[in-house]
Design a protein around this ligand. Structure first.
Ligand SMILES: [Zn+2]
Length: 414
């Protein structure tokens, strides 16, 4: 993409209302645009990142046998009354039509998916089933904050699984847990799994996937020796205690951001809708269900909170909007301009994603500043000085080197 044609360029100033790093950097660098508190437009650069996270999540969900669907967002009041959510869930976004009928926008969609799946799975032979979607979700937050990390409208993967019994749910939970850990690793994040209260969803335990970051909203206690990790909300241990799991490590307190969760729903939703299946003996049973959430827009915010410096964002390669930020300098010189255009074409022919700063009216300083702010993994410069070569610098490095096109292609393909 030619930067000159990108309508959403970087802003000179950070937005005044930005109180978090992700809001400030994503807005200033031209990835998102705030419509109102907790609601954002995703601009061309931001959508590329969102789509990359989405693709990784989709791949891993398909891998565990999840079947992708797209459920309705606008839903009738009756289904939420049937489960008690209409009165109990304070963040449920309720709306009224001109005929004064009431509706809700999904914040999680057990109320939609349970009738959808159970009406098509009459027998134990049809189970287990897992269905997921990647879609917008809504929460009627009193105060939306934390940039795109906690929105009134947010982009999320939600999967629901249906099982004959609790053992089968637990078996599947372990499989999804491994898939989640693979997703975070591919996103450049290290996640820990904690047990926390089930919130509005369930009387039972839920599992939370947390990434350690100073911008986090949760406090967790974790062991450095093993995978023990607990949210302080429900912890029966404290900082400095011996780890109850391995008896070796000491517990450390850290700030963390929730990047996914799993709820053990038990048989609640099948019972609420009186929708079951016939077991081996022909008796009616209610399904054991699990709900598996992963906030895609939220994870994008967490990545920015985790990977930035005083100049801007440092995107991990797996989700960067482009792999190379090609900068042409001295473009008023026809020879340099031709060479830059040629490199741009050749990189694109090799399927390398390039953002090409082809603006002729801007100096090197301003172009470098924009490149640092946007945070693409590699910056490649072509100028009078570089001659037949290309000056390459990784975003997080201070040293650059002169290389040829083949080297540039091999480095960025790694
Ligand atoms: Zn331990």
């Amino acid at each position: 993409m030619r930067y000159s044609q990108l309508f959403a360029k970087t802003l000179r100033q950070a937005p005044k209302e930005a109180d978090t790093v992700n809001h400030r950097l994503l807005t200033q660098a031209g990835f998102v645009d705030q419509v109102m508190a907790g609601v954002y437009n995703y601009l061309p650069l931001g959508l590329r990142v969102l789509r990359k996270i989405e693709a990784i999540v989709r791949e891993e969900m398909n891998q565990v046998g999840g079947q992708e669907v797209l459920m309705a967002m606008l839903t009738p009041k009756a289904i939420w009354e049937q489960t008690g959510a209409w009165d109990k869930v304070d963040v449920l976004f309720k709306i009224q039509s001109r005929t004064e009928k009431e509706y809700a926008l999904g914040y999680s969609q057990e109320e939609v998916v349970t009738p959808l799946v159970m009406s098509r799975t009459p027998s134990y032979k049809d189970l287990p089933v897992s269905a997921y979607q990647i879609h917008w979700k809504f929460r009627d937050e009193l105060r939306a904050k934390s940039g795109i990390m906690r929105g009134r409208e947010f982009f999320m993967k939600d999967m629901y699984s249906f099982h004959e019994n609790q053992e089968d749910f637990l078996r599947f939970y372990e499989i999804v847990k491994q898939a989640y850990l693979r997703i975070y690793a591919r996103l450049g994040l290290t996640a820990k799994v904690t047990e926390a209260s089930g919130g509005a969803f369930s009387e039972k335990i839920s599992y939370e996937f947390m990434v350690l970051t100073d911008a986090g909203e949760d406090d967790i206690l974790y062991c450095e020796e093993c995978d023990f990790c607990v949210n302080t909300e429900i912890a029966k241990v404290k900082e400095g205690d011996q780890c109850p799991k391995c008896d070796k490590g000491m517990l450390k307190l850290a700030k963390a951001s929730e990047v996914g969760n799993v709820f053990d729903l038990g048989q609640k939703f099948g019972k609420d809708f009186d929708l079951g299946f016939a077991d081996k003996d022909g008796n009616k049973q209610y399904p054991f269900m699990g709900c598996y959430g992963l906030g895609i827009s939220r994870v994008m915010g967490v990545i920015v909170e985790k990977f930035n410096d005083d100049k801007g964002i440092l995107w991990p390669k797996s989700v960067a909007p482009f792999q190379v930020h090609l900068i042409g300098l001295d473009l008023d010189d026809p020879e340099v301009k031709n060479r830059a255009e040629e490199i741009y074409d050749q990189l694109q022919d090799r399927n390398i994603e390039v953002l090409y700063d082809n603006r002729i009216d801007l100096g090197a300083g301003e172009k470098f500043k924009d490149a640092d702010l946007i945070g693409i993994p590699y910056r490649a410069i072509i100028s009078k000085k570089t001659g037949d070569q290309i000056e390459l610098k990784a975003r997080q490095e201070s040293e650059s080197e002169l290389i040829d096109l083949d080297k540039l292609i091999s480095v960025t393909n790694e």
